[in-house]
Design a protein around this ligand. Structure first.
Ligand code: SF4
Ligand code: SF4
Length: 242
């Protein structure tokens, strides 16, 4: 039995019902937007930057911290929570999330947790979900019937989860074939290809061509999602084949 102040995780199937609702009327409104270790994926950063109209450099200056992951050797970008004021998310207001339309994937997913499992024999991926019940979250008292499938659709999670899975594949391959810290030049490349699309666009013509012709030419200058895919494919080759 869990102590009362501990989060509780329960595995849940895609169409298994649960009761949950989150809206400005819940007594815990905004309580989940503080004291988090909120890592942002490349997809999350791009959505936030476009919503806020910020370059990568301005986004990092105002809202994010960057460090190299001790286990992956790849850059980790996280939201900079206010050191004062109860470690609040920089985007939370008394009326809710001011970047709601571009909120990160993990914010959309909550109160669900998601894990990918790869079959060693055939490489197939299986997705597992769990319900995360934390004492501060009163959403489970709301009589709104949900299923995992419905929650994923309502929160418009398809693009974010697909992008996260691509990143996970990169991390798995990197850990298998080039474990540990990267050389300084490779660290710069990884940060640029995954997050700093402004520099990637201006540098693409001078980057080493990796892995033959399947990478394709750099995308149209204005198509940021295509640049993110191109950068991910390029860095995979640069780290693993280069
Ligand atoms: S981004 Fe929005 S939803 Fe996510 S923690 Fe911050 S305020 Fe809350
Ligand atoms: S119901 Fe849960 S997810 Fe919604 S505001 Fe409250 S603590 Fe956050």
């Amino acid at each position: 039995m869990q102590p009362p102040d501990c989060p509780e995780m329960t595995a849940i199937a895609l169409d298994e019902p649960f009761e949950f609702g989150c809206h400005p009327g819940v007594p815990c409104f905004n309580h989940c937007c503080r004291d988090l270790n909120q890592a942002l994926t490349p997809h999350d950063v791009l959505q936030l930057r476009r919503h806020l109209g910020l370059s990568w450099a301005s986004f990092v200056r105002d809202f994010a911290d960057v460090h190299m992951g001790p286990s992956t050797g790849l850059p980790v970008v996280s939201l900079r929570f206010h050191a004062q004021a109860g470690r609040l998310c920089p985007f939370v207001t008394s009326r809710g999330c001011r970047v709601y339309a571009a909120r990160p994937t993990s914010c959309r997913l909550y109160p669900l947790a998601r894990a990918l499992q790869r079959n060693r024999a055939d490489g197939r991926l299986t997705v597992h979900y769990a319900l995360l019940r934390e004492p501060h979250c009163r959403g489970f008292e709301q009589p709104q019937r949900q299923t995992v499938r419905r929650w994923l659709a309502d929160q418009q999670l398809a693009a974010g989860l697909a992008a996260n899975d691509e990143l996970m594949q990169l991390i798995v391959l990197k850990n298998q074939r080039r474990p540990g810290a990267l050389a300084p030049r490779q660290r710069q490349w990884a940060l640029m290809a995954l997050y700093d699309l402004d520099t990637l666009k201006t540098s693409a013509g001078t980057l080493p061509a990796m892995g033959g012709s399947d990478l394709g030419p750099p995308p149209d200058h204005r198509d940021d999602p295509a640049w993110l895919n191109w950068g991910l494919a390029w860095i995979q080759r640069a780290l693993l084949d280069g």
